[in-house]
Write a protein that binds this ligand. Structure first.
Ligand SMILES: [Zn+2]
Length: 293
């Protein structure tokens, strides 16, 4: 139940971002600073190189009844010319989440002293996830991204194209694509030699294929060793549903083929794995119905 409540909070945060993008009639790639400007004079933003102190911060100044959004520009040196770095875009989106989500804004306005560290805010991890969910939806809004995502099953190449279009980082685009996918798929994170989490698409859950964690599939052993040795290439392999997921009593799902694409993300210390499968294998009954029509 707690898991469901959290999921609903994250969905609500994402919808909030979708609504703002619609209201302002923004097109891809979304300009987060255009959203900041739309809130003038209650919100102002400024970027500077804050080194390793923080990526972003939102402060409320009671005397002026104004919010100030700060973002770290340290990644800008690596950005393509004329474009803001995808990480900076995500940071501004995250802080905008704190500004737009009502209970976040109320929390900041209740604080008596204007300065507060980001660390304090971090105490409620769900609050941070809500701001991330807001940012992910702001950068890849549902109405614009969903049709593109669902043109076909996901592959790393397709996700890269979509990320390019929305000017999203490949990692955040991977999560967003899986969450918007109408196909059975998931993204897994391998950390410290085991699957730390698996994030599923909605149809995967509908099929009765559930996330699992705390193990390492045999297929993943070699990619994990390569990752630890600093090997940065994407590796593709074929596995089975039972290698990755909980299927409980549904044994017919166990042997369904799963395409594994291993994506090394050094800065996260995580080996991501995009897991996709054939829709017709997962939903065979629906397929028969289609043929009868
Ligand atoms: Zn935050």
């Amino acid at each position: 139940m707690e898991w469901m409540a959290e999921k609903n909070r994250l969905l609500t945060a994402g919808r909030e971002a979708d609504a703002i993008v619609e209201r302002l009639n923004l097109k891809a790639p979304i300009d987060p600073l255009a959203i900041v400007r739309s809130e003038k004079p209650f919100l102002r933003a400024g970027g500077a190189d804050f080194g390793d102190r923080y990526d972003g911060m939102l402060e409320y100044h009671k005397s002026k009844n104004r919010f100030l959004l700060f973002y770290n520009t340290k990644y800008e040196a690596e950005a393509p010319s004329g474009k803001m770095h995808t990480r900076t875009r995500f940071t501004i989106g995250h802080e905008l989440g704190h500004y737009f989500i009502n209970h976040h804004r109320a929390y900041l306005m209740r604080r008596s002293h204007p300065h507060h560290s980001r660390g304090e805010f971090l105490t409620d991890a769900v609050v941070e996830k809500e701001a991330d969910s807001f940012a992910a939806s702001m950068i890849m809004p549902s109405r614009l991204a969903r049709p593109m995502v669902n043109q076909a099953e996901l592959t790393v190449d397709r996700i890269d194209e979509i990320a390019e279009h929305f000017h999203a980082s490949p990692v955040s685009a991977t999560f967003r694509c899986v969450s918007l996918s109408d196909f059975p798929c998931a993204v897994a994170g391998i950390r410290d030699g085991e699957v730390a989490w698996i994030f599923p698409s909605e149809p995967l859950i509908q099929a009765g294929i559930y996330p699992n964690k705390g193990f390492l599939p045999a297929n993943a052993e070699e990619p994990w060793t390569d990752f630890q040795n600093g090997f940065g290439d994407i590796i593709e392999n074929e596995g089975r549903v039972r290698d990755w997921f909980n299927i409980y009593e549904k044994d017919d799902l166990a042997r369904i083929q799963v395409t594994e694409e291993y994506i090394p993300v050094i800065r996260m210390g995580t080996l991501l794995v995009l897991l996709t499968m054939d829709e017709a294998d997962v939903f065979p009954d629906e397929d028969e119905e289609d043929e009868g029509e």
